[in-house]
Design a protein around this ligand. Structure first.
Ligand code: NAD
Length: 360
């Protein structure tokens, strides 16, 4: 039997509630498909500040580095907002991303027919949308140097940020894009601004070169401004989008809001070695509903499905979890965030149990 160790970091707010449900789904999927998942739970974020004075201890970082994958809930909350930025809960996330070398962020946006009303767009525009944004996470405009604000001799100020990419950085993110497309509908769109920005001209050239090794994947290109427009005009045209850090930040938020339901959206951050990946819902710790047992665990459960697909090559198990979620929704199970007046509302635990029952 295959054996994998998972660092489970529930974090703050609703984190422990949603991760608890997702962990059961992971265990059950393992049992069904002949894999043993050893779950090692540890404190992160505000919970770690309360216990240890820092958002991420060396011990927990070490656990994450030694594990085959990390499952994270969410960190942060009003309780820690007065703290200095250097020891805020969110620093734990940045440190984990950096130390694990997570350079690719995968954010799918899929519309479930049962939740089509949750979107602000017309049903006919979004029905059937199933896309994935692959965002470069450690380079580009957010990290390039020189950066900063300087005062000029005449007393005015000058702000600078620089978009920088090297060929190896583009190659590795392009490869992730092609590999992800291979596991989906085999269409990759590379988004750049090659008509204006030289850095992205290089981006396009390198992506085309990498694409020669992926003849089974259809590669196309689009300028970022057009892509932003097309995402709301006709989002069904997209399968996988690979793009620069800042562009990806904006486009992935835009894409996720097509679905209108933050409690449904998973994510993965992937590094250069096979066991370096972190899976987490895109939402935060939702302090407004923490402890009430009403959070939606689906984003975290779907993050587990991504883990099975992208870290452990367990596509069948991954698909089964996705199908279980779809089936539970079609049977009318709804947590408060996706419910409508007149519908029975399930708790976090009831939703988790329903997915688990479907899976079994
Ligand atoms: P949030 O995502 O926590 O919540 C926004 C709204 O969505 C809230 O009304 C919340 O109740 C609702 N919501 C979120 N997830 C839900 C779920 N699973 N089920 C039902 N409803 C859900 O964003 P926020 O309120 O801006 O941030 C709260 C805290 O979380 C802050 O401290 C912030 O820094 C932190 N945060 C952490 C992460 C992370 O850990 N990755 C991401 C974003 C925000």
């Amino acid at each position: 039997m295959k054996k994998f160790s998972i660092a489970v970091l529930p974090g703050d707010g609703i984190g422990p509630e949603i991760v608890g449900e997702a962990a059961k789904v992971l265990k059950t999927a393992g049992e069904k498909f002949g894999a043993e998942f050893v779950l090692n739970e540890a404190l992160v974020g505000g919970a770690s500040i309360d216990a240890n004075g820092v958002p991420l201890t060396d011990k927990v970082l070490d656990l994450a580095l030694k594990s085959d994958a990390v499952l994270l809930g969410a960190v942060g909350g009003p309780r820690w907002e007065g703290l200095d930025y250097s020891i805020r809960p969110e620093r734990a996330l940045l440190a984990l991303r950096k130390e694990l070398g997570l350079f690719a962020n995968l954010r799918p946006a899929r519309i479930y027919r049962e939740l089509i009303d949750a979107s602000t767009l017309k049903p006919e525009v979004i029905d059937g949308v199933d896309l994935m944004v692959v965002r470069e996470l450690t380079g580009g405009l957010y990290f390039g140097t020189p950066k900063g604000v300087e005062t000029l001799p005449d007393g005015t100020e000058r702000g600078v940020n620089t978009m920088v990419y090297t060929t190896p950085e583009i190659e590795r993110i392009a490869k992730v894009g092609f590999e992800v497309a291979r596991k989906r509908r085999k269409r990759l769109l590379s988004v750049d601004k090659a008509n204006v920005l030289e850095t992205t001209e290089l981006w396009r050239k390198v992506v085309i070169k990498v694409g020669k090794d992926y003849q089974d994947v259809e590669l196309s290109h689009m300028y970022v401004d057009n892509c932003a427009m097309q995402l709301v005009r006709n989002p069904k045209q997209f399968d996988v989008i690979v793009t620069e850090n800042t562009f990806g930040d904006i486009l992935s938020d835009e894409a996720s809001m097509l679905t209108g339901s933050i409690g449904m959206l998973p994510s993965a951050s992937i590094g250069s070695t096979k066991n370096r990946a972190m899976y987490e819902p895109i939402h935060g710790s939702a302090p407004d509903i923490a402890g009430k047992g009403i959070a939606n665990p689906i984003a975290t459960i779907l993050s587990v499905a991504m883990m099975l697909k992208y870290s452990f090559e367990m596509e069948e198990a991954s698909n089964l979890i996705e199908n279980a979620v779809e089936s539970v929704l079609s049977k009318g199970f709804r947590t408060a965030d996706i419910s409508k007046p007149g519908m029975k509302t399930s708790s976090c635990a009831e939703m988790g149990a329903a997915v688990l029952a479907e899976l079994k």
